[in-house]
Write a protein that binds this ligand. Structure first.
Ligand SMILES: CC(C)(COP(=O)(O)OP(=O)(O)OC[C@H]1O[C@@H](n2cnc3c(N)ncnc32)[C@H](O)[C@@H]1OP(=O)(O)O)[C@@H](O)C(=O)NCCC(=O)NCCS
Length: 87
């Protein structure tokens, strides 16, 4: 899944709204069913994408492992793994 807001519409909470909903939904439904035992969420962000890293850090994600060559069609091809514990 990719999260992106068209550039002219950024900084209007458009990105935060679905991310916040997803985090809340998982935290409220990870005791049974398909989300049972989901206790961490992870994503990949291009190393140069400081805006997105800051955006996710504001939600409690922490920058972790550097993965070299993760992306095939963009430069730089490297990414950080960001993760957030849900409980
Ligand atoms: C990352 C991305 C999805 C954020 O989308 P967005 O719609 O701008 O997100 P929001 O408006 O909810 O939040 C962005 C910032 O605006 C701020 N903001 C939100 N509403 C605001 C408002 N009404 N007035 C001023 N600032 C506001 C937020 O606090 C946030 O601050 P931050 O930069 O410190 O994180 C967007 O920058 C994007 O599409 N980037 C390109 C694609 C990308 O990098 N995707 C993620 C790859 S993993």
């Amino acid at each position: 899944m990719t999260l992106a807001t068209l550039a002219p519409y950024r900084n209007r909470s458009i990105g935060s709204t679905p991310l916040s909903s997803i985090l809340t939904y998982i935290q409220e439904h990870n005791t049974d069913g398909a989300l049972k035992d989901v206790d961490e969420i992870m994503l990949h962000v291009q190393t140069s994408n400081e805006d997105a890293i800051q955006f996710y850090e504001n939600f409690g994600f922490e920058k972790g492992e550097l993965v070299e060559g993760y992306f095939k069609r963009i430069d730089p091809p490297d990414c950080f793994v960001l993760s957030k514990k849900l409980r």
